[in-house]
Design a protein around this ligand. Structure first.
Ligand code: ADP
Length: 225
């Protein structure tokens, strides 16, 4: 799988670079188009390399985990700040519910990546005029964070598979506004599990999907309300 993901962009980069060099593409417009493809494919390879590095690090264990006390509310508010421009561009409404003041213990950057990956997908697979909603609810010892979209949805028999490495639903490949590698949710699952949590997807009763992340709450009186 990795070699296929690398080969395709590389072939494309080689082809376009060669075409510029041997003069097959000549006009300024053609050269710009070729350079643009080279840039897009190089960026893709860069993203792939970063994702593979992240997975390798996660697999190697939790040694380099920066453990801190993370505010769920602040983390999710940061997500809204990060994704609101993209949501506006896509004409999708992105909302954050009232979030309880709870804390989790773990690596803040890694946990942020979990929600980044889920939100990135939610916005990618939700057409214009759709909505993406983030909610959080406190259980006995856990906090349940949910990201609900009313996008294209995921067939029931794909609900487990999408968390596997390199797995992409066929229809999603064609949908491809920004083609992924099928690594985002595999990374998210590794991170959640390393924080003793759970991640899963369900069908949204209306339309689309609901991604749930359940994490243990950090129990320390000092940090509680
Ligand atoms: P990718 O980089 O391809 O998005 P992910 O691991 O993040 O990889 O997701 C795997 C696949 O799960 C996606 O390719 C897509 O088919 C499906 N998927 C993930 N999130 C959603 C969603 N919110 N709506 C519909 N399909 C989704």
């Amino acid at each position: 799988s990795v070699s296929h993901e690398i080969k395709t962009p590389l072939t494309s980069i080689q082809g376009y670079a060669q075409a510029i060099l041997d003069g097959t593409v000549r006009s300024k417009k053609e050269i710009q188009k070729a350079a643009n493809v080279i840039l897009i494919e190089t960026n893709r390879l860069h993203r792939l390399m970063l994702d593979l590095l992240t997975l390798a690090r996660l697999e190697a264990g939790t040694d380099d985990m920066q453990v801190e006390i993370v505010s769920v509310k602040a983390m999710l508010q940061n997500m809204i700040d990060k994704f609101s421009i993209l949501a506006d561009q896509n004409e999708v409404s992105l909302t954050l519910d009232e979030i309880p003041d709870v804390f989790v213990q773990g690596d803040g950057d890694r946990l942020a990546q979990v929600f980044s990956n889920i939100l990135d997908n939610a916005l990618k697979f939700t057409p214009a005029a759709g909505k993406v909603e983030i909610t959080a609810a406190v259980g006995e010892n856990t906090v349940l964070i949910q990201i609900k979209d009313d996008g294209i949805g995921i067939a029931l028999d794909e609900h487990e598979k999408i968390f596997e490495r390199f797995y992409q639903v066929d229809s999603a490949k064609k949908y491809g506004k920004k083609k992924g590698f099928g690594l985002g949710l595999a990374i998210a699952r590794e991170i959640v599990q390393s924080h003793h949590g759970r991640i899963w997807v369900e069908k949204n009763p209306d339309k689309g999907s609901i991604f749930s992340v359940e994490l243990p709450i950090f129990m320390n009186k000092r940090y509680q309300q």
